[in-house]
Design a protein around this ligand. Structure first.
Ligand code: NIG
Ligand code: FE
Length: 415
């Protein structure tokens, strides 16, 4: 996408139809408003005509001609940095092998670990940067990026350095350490010793280098149990880092209770989460992050209990979970579509899921709504109804993105 505002980040968006999502999955649609972004933040939102910037030479005026304007989209769960792909594994699964079987035989995550360990940092950066560029075409302005294909200090460091390099004017990147993704072969089945290594060696060194914003772990039958993960999460918490958990994707671990004292900012996947775990979640502020594209790609029949999560008022977020094994998707809009079709979310819930609730799943409250004081991150759409954001499959109706007041458009000549 090309940059098309002047290099000042001060911009006045006029004739906007603002679609503002809420935590409860509803939205409010405005009419003919102007949005003033100065120094990267939304400073004023007014009815058309009452906000004028003509006297201020440094403010770029962008007339969006009544288009729908949402907060910039937030993909709150991705594994964007890796080398290679897993197309062969996909072909094997299509003819009947299961994800679990492939993983247990040294394939799956571990095959991506091998390729990622071998890849030079520049190559990893180039690959991830190209993916990120494509993801922005669907309105994304913030993305969370996990490590977890290194599983040793050297490669986890390399991945998280790439994540920091990706953060920039085009998109904001939040970095998550996912050392507890899978057990590397050199630990010969010794999960306790691996956790010890992560807790005492890897995590402290990565945090010393300021490479970690959040800590994540994979709690599932094919990965780690709650007991194995607890020392890892407790250490992260004691360092002031928020935690998230890949939970109950492939089976019910009945373990939310074990983590509740650590107040996870999100738990993700949840196909098999049980009632007890949901009731325990409802006591706190944990966001449920749903990943319909991974569910589709693994042909899972078991769906997350959306009705129950809704009943308990648990905020619902949606993410692509972009990764080479279970979700090689780059479109957050397709995740919205599948969230509606496969999981029964409404289009307004889907929008909340990739904006305000995605922000909360990342522990940030400075984005995800179009409000004064929020970051100046917007997506502007060529649609006649915001429901269309969840409707198209493959097509992107994005007209422009705004990141911190900088306007990006594919075709800058048409402005
Ligand atoms: O979120 N569940 C664990 N991690 C990824 C899959 C990673 C992989 O298969 O490479 C996920 O689906
Ligand atoms: Fe994931």
């Amino acid at each position: 996408m090309s940059l098309c505002s002047n290099n000042s980040s001060d911009v006045l968006i006029t004739n906007a139809t603002i679609v503002n999502p809420s935590v409860d999955g509803s939205w409010r649609i405005g009419d003919g408003e102007s949005i003033l972004i100065k120094d990267g933040l939304i400073r004023e939102i007014r009815q058309q005509g009452s906000l004028k910037a003509q006297d201020d030479q440094n403010v770029t005026v962008v007339d969006v001609a009544g288009r729908f304007v949402t907060p910039g989209l937030i993909d709150c769960h991705t594994h964007l940095i890796y080398a290679g792909n897993r197309a062969t594994e996909f072909a094997d699964r299509i003819v009947g092998k299961s994800y679990q079987e492939i993983l247990e035989n040294g394939g799956g995550i571990l095959s991506t670990v091998e390729e990622t360990r071998r890849a030079p940092i520049d190559r990893l950066h180039e690959l991830a940067s190209t993916r990120l560029e494509r993801m922005t075409r669907f309105g994304l302005t913030t993305v969370e990026v996990k490590s977890g294909y290194g599983l040793n200090l050297e490669t986890e460091t390399k991945m998280l350095k790439v994540a920091r390099l990706l953060d920039g004017p085009r998109a904001r990147v939040i970095s998550t350490f996912l050392g507890a993704h899978s057990l590397p072969t050199e630990f010969h089945g010794d999960k306790v010793r691996y956790m010890d290594y992560l807790v005492n060696e890897v995590l402290p060194k990565l945090t010393d280098m300021n490479l970690v914003d959040i800590v994540d772990g994979f709690c599932d039958q094919v990965a780690f149990s709650a007991n194995e993960l607890l020392p890892y999460f407790e250490r992260a918490k004691s360092m002031g880092l928020p935690i998230r958990v890949h939970l109950d994707q492939l089976g019910d671990t009945d373990s939310f209770n074990a983590f509740s004292h650590l107040a996870p900012i999100s738990v993700d996947h949840l196909e098999y989460i049980n009632d007890r775990s949901i009731e325990s979640m409802a006591q706190g502020n944990t966001v449920a992050v749903l990943v319909p594209t991974a569910s589709y790609f693994l042909k899972q029949q078991q769906k997350p209990p959306v009705e129950k999560l809704r009943y308990y008022g648990i905020p619902l977020a949606l993410a692509t979970d972009h990764n080479p094994g279970t979700s090689p998707v780059e479109s957050l809009l397709l995740a919205m579509n599948m969230g509606c079709v496969l999981f029964g979310l409404t289009p307004s819930e889907a929008l909340s899921g990739v904006t305000i609730n995605a922000a909360h799943a990342l522990g940030v409250s400075d984005r995800g709504r179009v409000d004064c004081g929020m970051l100046g991150d917007l997506a502007i759409w060529d649609v006649t109804d915001p429901v269309e954001l969840s409707y198209y499959m493959g097509h992107t109706p994005l007209w422009a993105r705004v990141v911190g007041g900088m306007v990006f458009r594919d075709d800058s000549s048409s402005r």
